[in-house]
Design a protein around this ligand. Structure first.
Ligand code: SF4
Length: 549
């Protein structure tokens, strides 16, 4: 186990809480120390739910360890059933309680409750949150659907939607989008689970002909069990992006016995927008992608096939899906990054020098510090990624949302293009103060920061320093401290750090912004290969001539 300030996933009991909080009529009794109630905030603060998750914590304290924590657990179960009247009780232990070896399942059985009790075995020191959610959903499906053979043959065009959960990235809106698309394509969606389902709905799962696994990270285990036990096939093609959605609908229609080519589509604006003149400026942009498996793989496909970006990095924090992500990365000609260490991800981003980052909340922080445009595509996410408005990621409307959220951060760069054209203008030159600040004093070569503010150097300077190119840091991880309030900004002026002469930097700025990054990279590679330091105007043109040959 590693102590970390940031983590992509919580312990497995948080995954179990996500399933309990997704469903109706389920209550979870968690044997846990007092501090574990923090997990409520994930749902009430991050997801902005209007009620606490359906969880009772035993909240034992240090002084309780001298007595019987098992009695405390049994009392908590009895009180929870009496107070919340659930249809089904989940019981399990958090990391610290696991060490007490109280056996929540065995203890709950001795209570002889008149509702089903599903015990969870959550190995906190080996597994993580998403595994905990998948395991909990699988246990619930097994317990509720049972293994008795199905009665009769379900209609071929009937299906279930499996996988959406609380705290899932845009799951609520994806379900609405996909359910509507399936209905428009002649499919009868019987059960959507776990989000919004009751235990009785899980019992009805075998009444449909097949399952659709929207999020394999959560529902793959349950879908495979339903296939083995009830002979239900499943589709797990991800309906993300226009191409992905069409493939998904074709596959679903074929499984339902309908004409696979007669797909009823939706309002696709991404395809035309991505061919429009504004978007062609963005062709070939380098994009670094990191997230869970479903969203990361789909984002790479959409980025390269539908928006014309170049995928320069692809990875996941989910080791269980490493193989799928490796395969996808190989298809883009790169090696996948499989890591749950955000510092390793940050180093990979610096090395890849992307012009856009698509990732989780962690990568959003990293990209923000590096001043690289970014968009969130995957859990874990923060409060702003649970918008009040309809904002799916899946289906045709989801593709439109992807276009807006990925392309617009880059389009802001077009303003930079105009600034380049008017760089010598009295109002827009490098020393001019921002025009919206009215009479603000123009910045000189050294600017004093107002108290309480922090400034970061230009992204390219930061990447140079952070990768150690300029500072000569062999580890490539030299941290960049923002200048203290009131101190002069000196990063760009430091002759020791400067890889480029001031003249060469000025000349580089004449290159249109959308090729400037490439010009900078090519020149630096040329300079490194030929042992040239610093880069002068002459080096810039020598490199141009070299790469033009
Ligand atoms: S039991 Fe586990 S999740 Fe809970 S506070 Fe302790 S370390 Fe954190």
């Amino acid at each position: 186990m590693q102590l970390s300030l940031w983590t992509y996933e919580g312990p497995p009991h948080v995954g179990a809480m996500r399933i309990a909080a997704s469903m109706q009529g389920v209550h979870f009794v968690l044997h846990a120390p007092q501090g574990d109630t923090y997990a409520d905030l994930l749902f009430t603060m991050i997801e902005r739910r209007d009620s606490r998750p359906p969880v009772t914590y035993t909240t034992f304290q240090a002084r309780d360890l001298g007595g019987s924590t098992a009695d405390g657990f049994k009392t908590a179960c009895r009180n929870a059933v009496e107070r919340f009247r659930p249809d089904l009780l989940l019981v399990g232990a958090s990391c610290t309680a696991e060490l007490l070896q109280d056996d929540p399942g065995g203890l709950a059985r001795t209570l002889e409750l008149d509702i089903p009790v599903v015990p969870l075995d959550l190995p906190s020191y080996q597994k993580k949150e998403t595994w905990g959610a998948a395991e909990t959903f699988y246990r619930l499906v097994r317990a509720c659907a049972g293994s008795a053979p199905r009665q009769g043959t379900p209609p071929r065009a009937s299906c279930n939607l499996l996988g959406p959960t609380a705290l899932g990235f845009r799951n609520r809106d994806d379900v609405r989008e996909i359910a509507a698309l399936l209905a428009a394509n002649g499919l009868d969606v019987r059960v959507i689970a776990p989000l919004g389902a009751r235990p009785q709905d899980l019992a009805r799962l075998p009444e449909a002909a097949f399952n659709i696994v929207l999020y394999p990270e959560i529902a793959d285990t349950a879908a495979r069990w339903l296939q083995r036990t009830h002979g239900m096939p499943f589709v797990s093609t991800s309906p993300i992006g226009v191409g992905g959605t069409r493939d998904f609908l074709r596959e679903v229609r074929a499984m339902a016995g309908l004409d696979a080519d007669a797909v009823a589509s939706g309002p696709d604006r991404l395809s035309w927008y991505s061919r429009s003149i504004d978007s062609t400026y963005l062709t070939g942009k380098r994009v670094f992608i990191f997230g869970d498996a479903t969203h990361a793989i789909a984002a790479a496909r959409v980025a390269s096939r539908e928006l014309g970006f170049q995928v320069c990095g692809l990875g996941t924090y989910m080791r269980e899906f490493a193989r799928d992500v490796r395969e996808a990365a190989a298809g883009h000609g790169i090696e996948a990054l499989i890591s749950d260490d955000h510092l390793e991800v940050e180093a990979a981003i610096l090395e890849a020098r992307p012009e856009l980052v698509l990732g989780t909340q962690m990568e959003r922080h990293i990209a923000k510090r590096l001043r690289v445009p970014c968009a969130v595509i995957s859990a874990p996410v923060h409060v702003q990624d649970f918008p009040a408005r309809y904002s799916p990621q899946m289906g045709f409307e989801g593709a439109n949302v992807l276009f807006d959220s990925w392309v617009h951060p880059l389009m802001m760069g077009l303003e930079e293009h105009l600034l380049g054209m008017f760089r010598d203008d009295f109002e827009f030159n490098d020393q001019a103060a921002p025009s919206h600040l009215g009479s603000a004093k123009a910045a000189g070569p050294e600017t004093t920061l107002p108290a309480g503010s922090a400034a970061l150097p230009h992204v390219d300077d930061r990447m140079k320093v952070a990768t150690g190119q300029a500072a000569g840091d062999a580890t490539g991880t030299a941290p960049l401290a923002a200048p203290a309030a009131g101190s002069p900004i000196a990063v760009a002026q430091d002759p020791v750090l400067a890889l480029w002469t001031a003249d060469a930097e000025r000349e580089l700025k004449k290159v249109p912004f959308f090729v400037r990054g490439k010009a900078r990279r090519n020149t630096e590679h040329f300079a490194a290969a030929n042992g040239i330091h610093p880069i002068t105007v002459e080096t810039l043109y020598d490199a141009k001539a070299h790469f033009a040959r």
